[in-house]
Write a protein that binds this ligand. Sequence first.
Ligand code: PRP
Ligand code: URA
Length: 224
Amino acid sequence: MPDSSPLPVRDTAWPNLHVSRHPAILHKLAILRDERTEPKKFREVVRELSWLLGYEALADVDVRPIRISTPLEATDGHQLAVRIGLVPILRAGLGMVDAMLELMPTAEVWHLGLFRDEKTLRPVEYYNKLPDSATVDLCLILDPMLATGGSAAAAVEVLKRWGATRIKLINLIVAPEGVDLVTKAHPDVEIYCAAVDRQLNEIGYIMPGLGDAGDRQFGTGGSQ
Ligand code: PRP
Ligand code: URA
């Protein structure tokens, strides 16, 4: 039985990791993992899970008080006080952007292109159009999978060099190996996810995982 609390759980070994236990997330995660789930449904569930995880990841962002008028009278309200940057990691992170923009319509979107070399499992950067200096207060890196952690750590390094001061990672599924790598290298980065899986296999795939998140979203898995 999963933990019945809908609140994200924190692991003492990884104080920066937030694992959601929300029933809606648990339900959707099983659909996402299922090998019978076709790309159209897979994309839909990536989007829904991203919204739910994004909602949790944004729970502590600052707001400032504002004064507004309803049709009936003046009242107090709130406005976001931070500039948010969404950083989807191409390709698989693309499917997470729309949901996050629904949550935070004023967010800026800065794409980073990284792919994992199949032999070395090391990330290779192929796209980066960040401007000279940071334009946002909080960066949310979007990537469905945190496997060895190499891609996430590389993205965090790029963003820190850019001048980002606060960075959160939003992943759907993480492997313990990747969480270890990112939290050791960047203890200031918080990670939000729907599940911590068992381990990586010999070719760096998360077990039980969901397979290749990019291929399953974009229908490029061939005979896989
Ligand atoms: C996947 C995934 C992450 C990376 C995770 O991307 O979306 O970016 O692998 O692996 P790591 O933690 O070991 O670095 P992939 O390289 O398959 O590229 P794609 O999104 O273009 O398919
Ligand atoms: N990238 C994926 O898409 N899936 C994995 O299991 C590992 C890396």
